[in-house]
Design a protein around this ligand. Sequence first.
Ligand code: PEP
Ligand code: MG
Length: 575
Amino acid sequence: MTLALHGIGVSAGIASGPVHVLHRELPEVPYYPIAANAIDTEVTRYRLAVDLARTQLRAVGLPAGTPSDIAEFIETHLLMLDDVTLSERPLEIIRAEGCNAEWALKLQCDALCRVFDEMDDPYLRTRRDDVAHVVTRIQLALINESPQPHETETDALIGHIVVADDLSPADVVLLQQRGIAGFVTEFGGPLSHSAILARNLGLPAVVGVHGARGLLDEDEIIILDGGSGILLANADERAHAFYDERARARQRSRDELASFIGTAAVTRDGQPVELMANIELREDLDAVRASGRHGIGLYRTEFLYMNRPAPPTEEEHLAAYRAAVEALDGETLTVRTMDLGADKQIGSGRSVASNPALGLRGIRLCLNEPNLFLPQVRAILRASVLGPVEIMVPMISSLTEIQQVQNVIELTKQSLARDGLPYDPNIRVGGMIEVPAAALCADVFAEYLDFLSIGTNDLIQYTLAIDRVDDEVNYLYDALNPGVLKLIQGVIEAGERAGIPVSMCGEMAGDARYTRLLLGMGLRRFSMHPSSLLEIKRVITECDCRQLREQVPAVVREGRPEKLRELMNNLDRVA
Ligand code: PEP
Ligand code: MG
């Protein structure tokens, strides 16, 4: 009988092959006291373990041509090994508590994980996985079980599907070099670095399949669908034939998409649509360029603040924006001011809110912490003379916040003028619409802003009261909820009335299932992960906007979810 397991598909693609189960449970972390005269030896033991972990990580050979952001994941783990939180703090615990190194590292890891768990930004929260991966590496080095089994094995795993509890980015690189066809993990989420890596490497992957290692046998043949998050064991011939055909169809469609590089995004009835990219790291610009000329509709600058003891200086901000402006060669760069959630990781000493998603994040934090915000605003303004640059403000919920931000920008312009530093006096300032109150007040906000950008990731979370990183309520997270659609429609219309552009930069914009709907709602500017650009462009070229604009109002008016889905299916058929 076929066994079907469900998880979260984090990297699309079909793989079929024998299972290779990675068993590498850590033994219980031991506790034992260390006598005062043996503390120095214990400290040295810890230092040697960190050195060994570093040597192992450096030995992860990246093949020529590895994208730089992949190398950066490994580099991030190396930097974490050097960070005081892991290189020094456990030593202080050994000395203060008189305990063994493993226990001191466990205490420090628990403390770090608590901080990450309380962060409201899903990306930063998943950085907890990075801490866990690095700590595991040091723990294994301490108990002399290093390197991890799959790192010492050199035999090929060509065509195998690896099933593991969790995989670090370094694991993914190593396993990919050994020829795996895909992987399944019991833990992890779609925003983890390993998931991002899998997508970059084109490796089908499903995460969050609880108990997978106990349910699957070594060498048994499984089918993995990294798009839908399904894996099938003991599948019959018909299932194999079905998935083989799907894999071939996927390859054909990827080949076809390449022909859209450099073509215009225009609908069948001649409506031009602007496609922009979302980036997080400087290196993402390579992927943007690979799919043609595109501006950046969302630069998530909070990554500039990560993995460092102090916030970036004005010059560091400026260097990052300059690099992006230069790479874009005349296309627009929309810099979103930082949207950090909990502020602890940059050492402000503030206590973490009990409900951080509703706490001091985004623009609230910026207005509260001028030392974090002002260097960024100065740098964006200075970058605005290097090429077309816009400022985009996240998480606005009231006109007062908009006015406060505009005041800060105005004062910053004056201070730059006093310092004799050039800036674009007409720099465009836009706001992200991701709080329901902002969507409902979009008409008023539009009078004060140069553009609006709908952040559906948060707008859905706040409208439906569903924590976007809580997998227990994930099934309720629904872009097609009638309440969400009405808010989106209202924002687009508010922009039309005010004569200012409205874009969408949440995940919904890069999801081809919604492209027709959004075009019919009047959206003409989409910003998305670079890997979605060509597919969305293809769908746009197949659409007839006039027809969609006639049909979509009925979808948006519809309050009954099932009927709404039926109307959505009709859109796919007609236009
Ligand atoms: C959003 O909320 O839709 C968005 C684009 O911002 P982020 O995902 O960075 O919160
Ligand atoms: Mg957001």
